[in-house]
Design a binder for this molecule. Structure first.
Ligand code: PLP
Length: 376
């Protein structure tokens, strides 16, 4: 898409040399590399300006996919450039393990302020797939720590895309992308995609009365006893081909999850940060997820950063004795303890006579934890 605004040329064969090295050293995602090595030279991007990409020959291309749904404000956005370089003058990275940091605190507060109501906790990672991976593991661990160890499975839509790590591939439903990994994938309860144009139930949107939602709810009901969570791309299934869910669908499945004790994970990696007209898509259906995955637009595509947001009720199930050792996200204090959480509870309900104790505190535990234990 060579435009009239060609700004510079790149003589001396630099582009050809870069292409040669690209072909020698690189492995591009979702790309048949044999075709990539073919006769057509790839475009080599060197700069960006607003919504334009500029290649090594000075040719300009409209970044119509906003660098795969990431650069939602465009490229070289002055305020973001400035913020990143100001931060680099202080420090590029410090660990979250055992340390707090200024930007992580400030961003978490900001995220909570714009997130759908009820999401109050932020767990950071570095890609959409890792945000999904974290949500899956949090949901699994949450169910175990709230007295539901049989809830180990996940429901997801056919044609879903949630990333390319093994957990996110397991809940993915685009068979040409994901089918190859079947032996590695955990089993998922597959709900029919709400795909009106090519309805998997063979119905028409004018007369179906959201039959796909009824079918999804029936499957959720059938498998509720073993389901930890449903994961869904709210409103728009991006990688499947921008499939727009019919109005009312999301609300129906979300309400079913709530009724059945299945956590609702909104994968807003693609739809988040204004992509569908509201900050997050699920609010358009009045849906309040238990977990929400955000990435891509979270940094305007500038940096690899992602976040998994959780409700206080989910967080509370991980909130325990600092001496406990188990658990990736925090120290579970419900290990082998009967406890229940109901929607709206901020803390688990314990069976009478059972006190909180960490996995390390077995027989001979001397005392019930003091409030200070909970300040971890
Ligand atoms: C809905 C959704 N979830 C997860 C991902 C994975 O994000 P990432 O490529 O940052 O791992 C994507 C990527 O396109 C996506 O569209």
């Amino acid at each position: 898409m060579s435009g009239p605004n060609t700004t510079e040329t790149n003589g001396g064969g630099r582009t050809a040399a870069l292409v040669e090295k690209d072909r020698r050293y690189l492995w591009h995602p979702f790309t048949q590399m044999q075709a990539w090595m073919g006769t057509e030279e790839p475009v080599v991007i060197e700069r960006g300006e607003g919504h334009w990409l500029i290649d090594t020959e000075g040719r300009r291309y409209l970044d119509g996919v906003s660098s795969l749904w990431c650069n939602i404000h465009g490229h070289r956005v002055e305020a973001i450039d400035r913020a990143v370089s100001e931060q680099l003058k202080r420090i590029a990275h410090s660990t979250m393990l055992g340390l707090a940091s200024v930007p992580s605190i400030e961003l978490a507060e900001k995220l909570v302020s714009v997130a759908p109501a009820g999401l109050t906790r932020v767990f950071y990672s570095d890609a959409g797939a890792t945000a999904v991976e974290a949500a899956i593991k949090i949901a699994f661990q949450y169910q175990r720590q709230t007295g539901n160890p049989s809830r180990t499975r996940f429901a997801a839509l056919s044609l879903a895309y949630h990333g390319d790590t093994v957990g996110s591939v397991s809940v993915g439903g685009i068979e040409p992308m994901h089918g190859m990994f079947d032996p590695l994938r955990f089993e998922t309860v597959r709900l029919p995609a709400p795909y009106c144009y090519r309805c998997p139930l063979g119905m028409s949107p004018d007369t179906c009365k959201l039959a796909c939602a009824d079918r999804a709810v029936a499957l959720l009901e059938e498998h509720a006893a073993t389901l930890a969570a449903l994961i869904i791309e709210p409103l728009v299934m991006g990688a499947a081909g921008m499939i727009i869910q019919p109005p009312g669908y999301l609300k129906l499945v979300a309400y079913a999850c709530r009724r059945l004790g299945i956590l609702f994970i909104a994968d807003e990696v693609a739809t988040g940060f204004g992509r569908t007209g509201t900050m997050f898509a699920c609010t358009q259906e009045g849906v309040r997820p238990d977990l929400l995955c955000a990435a891509k637009g979270i940094t305007g595509g500038y940096l690899p950063l992602a976040a998994t947001l959780a409700t206080e009720a989910v967080f509370a199930a991980f909130f325990g004795n600092p001496r406990g050792r188990e658990g990736l996200f925090a120290r579970p204090y419900l290990h082998r303890q009967p406890a229940r959480m109901r929607r709206g509870d901020r803390e688990p309900r314990f069976a009478r006579g059972v006190h909180r104790r960490s996995p390390g505190e077995g027989r001979g535990a001397r005392r019930a934890p003091r409030p200070a234990d909970r300040a971890a």
